[in-house]
Design a protein around this ligand. Structure first.
Ligand code: FES
Length: 64
C-alpha cells in the first residue's frame, strides 16, 4: 500500500527505513523523500513510525 502518494513510497520502504533507525518524519523525509511534498501523509507516517518503533521495543523486551 502506498503511504506517500507524492513520492510513490509504500509501507515496505517506510518500514525498511524505520527498521534501520529512522525515528521521525523529518529523518524519513531525508532518507527517501516521504512526506516532503504536500504533507498529506505526514500524520500517517508519524503514526507508523511510532507504532513500529513501539513494536520493536516490545520485541526487544521479549528476548531479554
Ligand atoms: S502524500 Fe506524502 S507528501 Fe504528499
Amino acid at each position: 500500500m502506498v503511504l506517500c502518494v507524492c513520492e510513490a513510497i509504500g509501507e515496505r520502504e517506510v518500514d525498511s527505513h524505520i527498521d534501520r533507525g529512522v525515528s521521525s518524519v523529518r529523518e524519513l523525509k531525508a532518507a527517501c523523500g516521504a512526506g516532503g511534498d504536500c504533507g498529506a501523509c505526514v500524520r500517517e507516517l508519524h503514526e507508523r513510525i511510532r507504532s513500529r518503533r513501539n513494536l520493536s521495543a516490545v520485541e526487544l523486551q521479549a528476548v531479554r
